[in-house]
Design a protein around this ligand. Structure first.
Ligand code: NAD
Length: 384
């Protein structure tokens, strides 16, 4: 029986591969013990579903929706208000990356001033984050219409920044009530952002595969999410207007976001959180660069858990190395240097990343993290 050494709450892990019938491929995620909490989030996945926003607002018993967006997506927010059919309380278009607390305060005052009774966030993780932050203070119901693959809409997690420090809150109040996935909105996501946002989503699923508290359903969702991106992301890169491929990536984003909300993340997310929170590195791009290195580092300790991903990537020895090749073919950013990281900050980043011990399948020292970050800084292909 394997017991995790790093765990505060020692937890029994299955010590066997599921038995399989002869001739049936062994892809089962069965575990002999697990816990999970199902959520009652309403999800609609349909091209053009944004046009039905008025009925979704009414279904919540609401009639005064505040529509949220970033300044860059103000036009998208305005278009949406035209479908709200007199149920709009207003538009607030100041959402910003990492949910600065000052923006939230202004938005909460505005929400109260216009007497909104629900929130509609249309955009990426930054806009969803603003909706969650308002909901935390007001308990208003939220409808999210995602336009990136970040996956925040499917989690009860809120990350926010105050005086340059990023903190995370997990609270059922911030979990949106309704998610509307409309492929028309993702079709306009610029291709470079499509690639980095897709790799960001895959990172949730990759770490969910070896999460200490994974369960059979989270593993099945993670595998299907990874499969969707590996199958469809290259097709979107090739032909960004391919709605079939776009739809498959959006489906993958939902699956990957759902597992992010269900299980704990490890080294990869901790590194990206540190780089984003303390060095102001861009969210999705940083995930894209770090992912192959973090997975390559964890691959030996978690080879069984990662094996479905290795097999989707072509029966590879190390899925981290294969992810590096996948990202390179997609023309993703490959170095932290090109994202603006300073080489002189790598040491401090490693120090911060090991500060609060957290569970990871592969135990590590600061020197391991420093070496990993040096590789990611330079874009070296991780060793298999
Ligand atoms: P983002 O929301 O900041 O979007 C980046 C930029 O792209 C913005 O200017 C946005 O307006 C624009 N954009 C978004 N969709 C577009 C589209 N379809 N077409 C054109 N432009 C578009 O970036 P993101 O990567 O989606 O989200 C990052 C933020 O989300 C971070 O703050 C991160 O911490 C947070 N996040 C939180 C969770 C969670 O569970 N709490 C999960 C994932 C991400």
């Amino acid at each position: 029986m394997l017991i995790s050494k790093n765990s505060n709450h020692m937890r029994k892990m299955p010590d066997y591969a599921p038995a399989t019938q002869e001739g049936v491929p062994s892809m089962s995620h069965f575990q002999d013990s697990f816990e999970t909490n199902a959520t009652g989030v309403r999800v609609r996945f349909e091209r053009g579903v944004r046009h039905e926003i008025a009925s979704e607002i009414a279904r919540l018993g609401c009639s005064r929706a505040l529509v949220l967006a970033t300044p860059q997506q103000a036009d998208t927010a305005m278009e949406l208000t035209s479908f709200v059919n007199g149920h709009a309380a207003g538009v607030f278009t100041k959402a910003a990356m990492h949910t600065p607390i000052e923006v939230t305060q202004e938005a909460v005052e505005h929400t109260r001033h216009v007497e909104a009774d629900c929130l509609v966030a249309i955009g990426g993780g930054s806009t969803t984050g603003l909706g969650k932050a308002i909901a935390l203070q007001t308990d208003l119901p939220q409808i999210v219409i995602p336009t990136t693959y970040a996956g925040s809409e499917a989690t009860a997690i809120l990350g926010q920044t105050e005086n340059g420090v990023k903190t995370t809150v997990t609270n059922a109040k911030v979990l949106p009530e309704v998610i509307l996935y409309d492929v028309d909105l993702i079709a306009g996501l610029p291709v470079d952002m499509t690639v980095t946002s897709g790799l960001n989503a895959m990172a949730h699923a990759a770490e969910a595969l070896y999460a200490k508290n994974r369960n059979p359903v989270s593993s099945a969702l993670a595998v299907e999410g990874i499969r969707a991106f590996i199958n469809a992301l290259p097709r979107v890169r090739e032909k960004p207007e391919d709605l079939q491929a776009r739809g498959e990536t959006l489906y993958g984003a939902w699956l990957c976001g759902t597992v992010l909300g269900q299980v704990g993340m490890a080294l990869h997310h901790k590194l990206c959180h540190t780089l984003g929170g303390s060095f102001d590195m861009p969210h999705a791009q940083t995930h894209a660069v770090v992912l192959p290195h973090a997975i390559a580092f964890n691959a030996k300790a978690a080879s069984d858990a990662l094996s479905p991903m290795a097999s989707i990537l072509g029966d590879v020895k190390n899925p981290g190395t294969a992810l590096y090749d996948f990202a390179k073919k997609l023309d993703a950013p490959m170095t932290l240097a090109e994202l603006g990281m300073k080489e002189g900050d790598l040491h401090r980043a490693a120090e911060l990343a090991v500060k609060n011990p957290y569970w990871n399948p592969q135990p590590f020292q600061k020197s391991d993290i420093h070496a990993l970050l040096e590789n990611a800084f330079a874009g070296e292909r991780p060793a298999g």
